[in-house]
Unconditional design. Structure first.
Length: 637
């Protein structure tokens, strides 16, 4: 949200005053369109690069404000998390070498940021979701300390009336609750803009909706969240749920999420989208508006439409209509929010080239794209691409269903090439960027595929935390080389940097695939679980997953030594032999703290507890693995 001076205001005189300004802005925009005052003799493009800041262990680094101060450049700005930043590229005319110039500026600004970050032992990474992010990184203390972010969080939380609930299902399943909007900070995108005139907006916006599915399928780069394998582009599901202000109800009342693909075609004007958003979504934040937009119009100036822009910034359509003023002239543009950051700058520009080319091509061919495809099919394509990437089956014109890769390579890339060259885009740039897309798609070598194949290759080679470190380290190294992702070699566990990087905090190596019992479970089952699963400790939970005790194999051995482990065990409840209120540790605790607790209490297992609930287990075996790595390292040196 670009506005800096905003405040939470859903009720009272401030809210009503803001609503008056919002409706005035909408009427002023209607005047601009009706009187043909919007800029319509130039086509511009632009982009916003979101990214993650990482430390020397490839974990999120909370230094956004410090880096911004040192950079002192308006191209760089904040994002929601202190481990995020955004780079705003300059808009350029859609002609000639605009695409390679966009790449050049992105590389230059990214290089400057990396230079500043390196002074602090840090780096920056382009990826849709940072693999090493953990839920513990998403507390309010890690939110960028600016009033607009806190106001947005407070307003959304008030509307929800409870915790944010997440349920995303892919190969794995993610079920969790969170107390703030901070999970949105897990997402980083490469947002591209396309300036349009008022009279062509409806058709071009509908075309952007139609091509969203296939373009996303070619670009997927975010298959992991907290180590879970979910959608090929998990950002799509995560973003919708991260800023969803709806709460569950008993009745099936129709309510729209603030993150949306939409529900119908635009028939005539951009006003349809903005009117619907104002009708369905109350303002989350307000801003102090000094002047009526009609006063600016009366002076022959472009109105700021500040209230409209503030409200529009809190309704997150995947293709969003934006109003702006460039060199004193008002304009409209379509903002594409579907593309993830990374895997490289050149991959991002290639994705943007495909999008620009398809909008241009289909606008040349069709005055009304809605005659060829149903809205429901375009929307289904978008979500199918997010879930399955290039493995999706997409519905195209006249109901034809095609594999995403075939549709892109056989139908869409030739259209985009021809249209971009016809438009006057440099032919060398067109070939270079669209060839990158074609090689990636034909080989099914997206960023998501690379990440999943890398993890598969590391299966059984260490804890998940170490694998995620290796994945992140490899991604950063290959990204700096600049080769497109289709040319990347899989990540190797050795790239994780060894034990020094992977045993800093308990959550990096704790086991989360747990076998537990209830207090009333029979001791016979406990013994069977230990034998079947080759484990030495069984946590005991209550019905709310709160840890109440721990049973160790030593307890069972003592019972056997006393002759108590016989038919009686079938009647003995877990609560009778468990150690009640065992020593525990938090997932954010350091490894040294865990070792000290186990040494002091002479225990071989530490349950990991967060908010009174069991989330993992650390055992002495984990530290034996570390000791083995340390010894191996010493022998080699």
């Amino acid at each position: 949200m670009g506005e800096r001076s905003v405040e939470s205001g859903q009720d009272g005189p401030g809210h009503r005053r803001f609503m008056r300004h919002l409706l005035d802005d909408l009427r002023a925009l209607e005047t601009l369109i009706g009187d043909n005052l919007l800029e319509n003799d130039v086509r511009r493009i632009g982009a916003e690069q979101e990214l993650f800041i990482v430390d020397g262990h490839w974990r999120p680094a909370l230094t956004a404000m410090q880096l911004l101060e040192e950079l002192d450049d308006p191209h760089f700005t904040t994002e929601l998390g202190l481990f995020n930043l955004e780079i705003n590229l300059d808009p350029s005319v859609f002609a000639g070498r605009c695409l390679s110039e966009m790449e050049g500026q992105a590389r230059d600004l990214l290089g400057r940021l990396r230079t500043v970050a390196a002074r602090h032992g840090q780096d920056v990474l382009l990826t849709g979701i940072l693999p090493t992010l953990r839920k513990s990184d998403l507390g309010l203390e890690n939110m960028t300390p600016m009033p607009r972010y806190r106001a947005l969080n407070d307003a959304m939380s008030a509307l929800r009336g409870g915790a944010y609930e997440f349920h995303i299902k892919g190969l794995d399943e993610l079920l969790l609750k969170h107390d703030s909007v901070m999970l949105e900070a897990c997402n980083a995108s490469f947002q591209v803009h396309f300036q349009v005139s008022g009279d062509e907006f409806a058709n071009l916006y509908n075309i952007a909706q139609v091509v969203a599915g296939p373009v996303l399928a070619a670009a997927v780069n975010s298959p992991l969240l907290f180590g879970r394998q979910l959608w090929r582009e998990t950002r799509i599901a995560l973003f919708q749920q991260a800023v969803d202000t709806r709460s569950s109800m008993h009745y099936l009342r129709e309510r729209r999420p603030r993150v949306t693909f939409g529900d119908q075609w635009v028939r005539h004007s951009v006003l349809e989208l903005l009117q619907e958003d104002i009708s369905r979504f109350r303002p989350l934040v307000t801003a102090d508006v000094k002047e009526s937009p009609f006063a600016a119009l009366a002076r022959g100036e472009a109105p700021e439409l500040r209230a409209l822009r503030v409200h529009n910034s809190t309704v997150y359509r995947w293709n969003r209509a934006c109003y702006g003023v460039t060199e004193g002239k008002p304009h409209l543009r379509i903002e594409n929010r579907i593309l993830p950051a990374g895997p490289t700058v050149v991959d991002e520009i290639a994705n943007a080239t495909l999008w620009y080319g398809l909008i241009t091509a289909l606008s040349y061919k069709y005055d009304d794209i809605t005659r060829l495809i149903e809205f429901e099919d375009a929307k289904t394509n978008f979500h199918a691409a997010g879930r399955h990437g290039l493995d999706a089956q997409l519905v195209w014109f006249n109901g034809e269903t095609l594999p995403a890769a075939n549709l892109i390579c056989d139908r869409l890339l030739p259209l985009a090439r021809e249209a971009l060259i016809r438009r006057g885009i440099d032919a060398g740039d067109v070939e270079r960027y669209l060839d990158i897309v074609e090689r990636r798609v034909s080989a099914h070598a997206t960023g998501a595929s690379w990440a999943l194949q890398s993890l598969s290759g590391m299966r059984g080679q260490g804890p998940l935390g170490e694998q995620l470190n290796a994945l992140t380290a490899a991604m950063l190294a290959r990204q700096k080389e600049g080769r497109p992702v289709a040319e990347w070699e899989p990540a190797q566990l050795v790239e994780s940097g060894g034990w020094k990087h992977n045993f800093i905090r308990v959550e990096q190596y704790m086991s989360t695939d747990l076998f537990t019992v209830s207090e009333q479970e029979s001791l016979d089952l406990v013994a069977c679980l230990m034998e079947w699963e080759h484990i030495r400790h069984i946590p005991v939970e209550d019905h709310r997953h709160r840890l109440v005790g721990l049973i160790s194999y030593r307890s069972l051995l003592r019972m056997m030594a006393r002759g108590e482990f016989s038919g009686r065990s079938k009647q003995t409840a877990a609560s009778e032999v468990m150690v009640a209120n065992p020593v525990t540790i938090s997932p954010e605790a350091s490894t040294l703290e865990a070792i000290e607790l186990m040494r002091r209490h002479r225990i071989g297992c530490l349950p990991v507890v967060k908010d009174e609930r069991l989330v993992g287990v650390v055992t002495e075996r984990d530290f034996m693995n570390v000791a083995a790595e340390m010894l191996s390292e010493q022998i080699e040196t």
